[in-house]
Each structure stands twice: as structure tokens, then as C-alpha cells.
Design a binder for this molecule. Sequence first.
Ligand SMILES: *Cc1c(COP(=O)(O)O)cnc(C)c1O
Length: 360
Amino acid sequence: MPERIYNFSPGPATLPYSVLQEAAKDIVNYKDRGIGLIELSHRSKEFMAVAEEAEQLIRELLAVPDNYKVLFLQGGASSQFFMIPMNLLGEGKKATYLNTGTWSNKAIKEARLFGDIEVAYSSQEQKFNRVPRDDEYTVAPDSEYLYFVSNNTIYGTQFKDMPRADCMLVSDMSSDILSRPIDVSRFGIIFAGAQKNMGPAGVTVVIIREDLLERAPDNLPTMLKYKTHADKGSMFNTPPCFAIYCVGRVMNWLREQGGVEAMQRRNEEKAALLYSAIDATDFYRGHAQKESRSMMNVSFNLPSPELEAKFIAEAAEQGLDGLKGHRSIGGCRASIYNAFPREGVEKLVDFMDRFARENG
Ligand SMILES: *Cc1c(COP(=O)(O)O)cnc(C)c1O
């Protein structure tokens, strides 16, 4: 194994080393067939099996009920911001959104192009440092769905429990899908860009309840209807083959690790280590309020921007890479998704302790 740095990047993010190795070999010579994985026709027996396995593993790991489709789409998680309202809303139809950060803000902007959007909660005034409790919002009557971002990648906040609603839930789980068990049956749609917790950039996984496929208005472009992709097993046109393959290998790795329950335990332990280091001194300040803290993205500040810059630079010299916070809030952020190893968190905690003593 070459010298690997600890990659705290929010996405594209670190992947299991065993998956990278497998992919490196398969790109050149897939299953010793004398042809590279990324040269295979998407309609070949071999690739169809790759896509089928990736789908089955997602179904198994998340216990996806039979009346849901799992789709592999393109256009990033951001394209779901408009595909969802285009398919589910229309003239006179309403949906409720919870505004807990940049990604929900963007989704609200797009949804307003296609329906009547009620924003029932916003933590924008508090720099998105929390998510709401169940008693802090009211889902508008007649809402087709309640939309929320389960983990706010930039601010480091996360819904511990899924929000309460009488209507179905729709969620952007780009940065915490497969980090814990969820009850899929409460959702109409779950989607996630793969590049945080599932694989490389290039594919967006959409889990959609089957009856919703019939809702799309007739005048939608073919490529923007979920039904088009569902009817053709995500092979209406050329899918992002390599990204789908990698997602399958990551899912296989996840199963070997014990599945999402085991992941949740490990993620909780990793996050607890880091938050204890933040809470141990006044030198570090967590951005998120405690009840809203994310297990996936830990955003924090130091006493000054100068110290933050020094911290990030010195950490990088120690092989702790990608700790710069998002430009919208500054500071530092450690992204510790499923594939991020515990030893990297321990190393960061040691570094934080040392840095605080030397600079505090
Ligand atoms: C990264 C991210 C996105 C954007 O994903 P793209 O695939 O780049 O469009 C959307 N939502 C959340 C929660 C994210 O973390």
C-alpha cells in the first residue's frame, strides 16, 4: 500500500482502499476477460450484472421495500432539485420545505418554478447552526411532500430522527445515506449524489416509490421523467457505468463491514472523539448546536481566521488533508464519512490537542 494521507474532503471523498485497488485492476482487465470495465457495452451481460448487483446491494443494505425503484441517474444531486417538483408538483400543487442550509435553499429556489412552496422552517438567521425540532414547524395542509436535507454537509448539522409529517417525506441524503438505518417506507423519494458516501462523482442514486412514477405531467421531456429510467432499469440511455460499478464495490465493502448498523456505531464513535476534542477547550468552537451535530461533517472554528489558516496548513503537513471549511462559513470542517478510518480521526484529535497547547 502506498503512503496514504487522511482525506477529510467533503466530496468527492475518501473511498475504501480495497475498492480503489479492485477498480484499478478492473479498469484494465475486467474478470480476466481481456477487456477493461470501462470499455464494456452497458448492454453487455457483464455490465448488466454489475448494475444489477449494485442495485441489489443498495436494496439489501437499506432494506428498500419491493414497491420502490432504485435508479442510477446523472446530472448530480442538484438535478434532483428540479426533477422532484417537475415530476410531483404542477399547477396548484403544494409542498413544504425545511430550510436548513445551502442545499435546501437551492432546492427551494428550483421547486418554486414548478409549484406552490411553503418554507415551514429556516435556520438561515442563525447561520444554519441547527435543524428544527418536530414542534418548530407545521407542514402546510395539502402538501404533496415534506422536503428536507438529512445532513447539512456545509454546516455540519443532521436530523437525528426523521422529521414528523403526515405526508410522505422527500429527502436529499447526499452526505449521510447508508451511514445509519432508515425506514424507507416513510419516503416518497430519497436521493444522493454518490461522491460523498457511496462512490465517485458521476451517478446520483434515486430511490422512488413506484406509484409516484405515474404522476409526471405529459409535457415533461423524456429524460426528466423518473418513469423513463424506471421502465428501462436505468438503461434508457448510457448510464454512468464506472460510477455505478464503484458504487457496487463500495456497497460490497459496506456489507463486509457489517452493514449500516455497524457503520452507525462506528460513525458515532468517530464523531464522538472529534466533538470531545472540540468541547475539551475554548480554543475550538463547534459550529452546530449540540442536539443538531452531524456524524458526517464536523464544522468548527478557532479563535481567529489566521489561526484557522495555520491549523489547516500544519495539519496538511501531517497528512491530514482537506480540513478547510466551505467558503460560505469559513473555519474548518472534518468530513468523516463511512469510509473514513477511525485512525485518521484519532490522529486529528492528537493534532488538535497539540495545536491548541502551542497556540492557545
Ligand atoms: C454535495 C451535495 C449536493 C450537490 O451534489 P452535486 O452532485 O454536486 O449536485 C447536494 N446536496 C447535498 C446534501 C450535498 O452534500
